[in-house]
Design a protein around this ligand. Structure first.
Ligand code: SF4
Length: 227
C-alpha cells in the first residue's frame, strides 16, 4: 500500500518549516459514545478546515503532533487541519487494502470526544469542530483528543501505528493542505473505480489526472480488469 506515500512526503514538506510540539499517546479523552450537540452558547470556539487520512505500510509510531496553539490556548474561531498518518499491515490483496482504507475512514464518524463535536461529510475532506466551554475548563487538549482517536483507529487490528497531526497555526499553508486532502480523496475514488471493476479506459476517465500522478494506479486497474 504505497498509493498515499508521496502525499505523506508532500505533507511533511508543507509543515516542515512550522514549529511543532510532539506528544506520546496518553491520557485518553472521554468518548461520549454517541452524537452530541454543543449549542452556540456553550461553545468556547470553533475550528474549521480539513480532516483526512493518509494510509501507509511504513513504520509509523503512535504520536500526536501539534502545530500552533493547543485547545487550552485558543480564544476564538480558527482555521484548522487534522491529518492522520495511519500505518496498516502491508496487505498484498488490493481489495483488502481498499476495504481497510474505507473502514479507517469511518473512524471519524464513530468517535465522539466529550465536548469536542466533529462534523464532516462522507464525500468531503472538510471538517469542523465545535469545542465546548466545559471541555476547555476540564482541560481538553490535542494530546488527549489525539490519544482517543489513535485508540479508535487501533480498534482495527490491521492498524499498527498512527501519527495525528493537528494544525491551528495562522501561518500554516491551508490551501496546500486542502489540495493534499483533495488528492487523497481522489486516490480513494480511483481505487473505488478500480475495485468496482469499472471500465479500464483512461482516455475517457475523469480520474486520469490522479492516476497519471500516482505510481501503480493504472497497473492495478489494468491487472484487475484482466482478471
Ligand atoms: S487507471 Fe485509468 S480508467 Fe482506471 S481509474 Fe485510473 S484513469 Fe480511470
Amino acid at each position: 500500500m504505497k498509493f498515499f506515500d508521496s502525499l505523506i512526503s508532500e505533507t511533511d514538506g508543507v509543515i516542515s518549516a512550522l514549529q511543532k510540539k510532539t506528544f506520546p499517546k496518553s491520557n485518553i479523552w472521554h468518548d461520549d459514545g454517541q452524537n452530541q450537540v454543543i449549542m452556540r452558547r456553550d461553545t468556547a470556539f470553533e475550528l474549521e478546515g480539513t480532516g483526512f487520512n493518509l494510509i501507509t505500510a511504513y513504520n509509523t509510531a503512535d504520536e500526536i503532533v501539534v502545530i500552533g496553539d493547543d485547545l487550552d490556548a485558543i480564544r476564538d474561531d480558527r482555521r484548522f487541519a487534522r491529518i492522520a498518518v495511519v500505518q496498516i499491515d502491508d496487505v498484498e490483496d488490493e481489495q483488502k487494502a481498499y476495504n481497510l482504507i474505507k473502514k479507517i475512514d469511518y473512524v471519524k464518524y464513530h468517535t465522539f470526544p466529550e465536548g469536542y463535536m466533529m462534523r464532516s461529510t462522507s464525500r468531503s475532506h472538510k471538517e469542523a469542530v465545535r469545542v465546548s466551554k466545559k471541555a476547555v475548563k476540564d482541560g481538553v487538549d490535542f494530546q488527549k483528543i489525539g490519544s482517543l482517536m489513535i485508540e479508535k483507529y487501533k480498534e482495527n487490528p490491521a492498524v499498527k501505528g498512527v501519527r495525528m497531526i493537528f494544525i491551528t497555526a495562522p501561518e500554516a499553508d491551508y490551501s496546500s493542505i486542502e489540495k493534499l486532502a483533495e488528492k487523497a480523496y481522489s486516490i480513494t475514488e480511483a481505487l473505488n473505480h478500480i475495485m468496482n471493476n469499472l471500465k479500464f479506459d483512461c482516455d475517457t476517465c475523469n480520474l486520469k489526472v490522479i492516476c497519471d500522478e500516482v505510481e501503480g494506479m493504472k497497473e492495478l486497474h489494468f491487472r484487475t480488469s484482466a482478471e
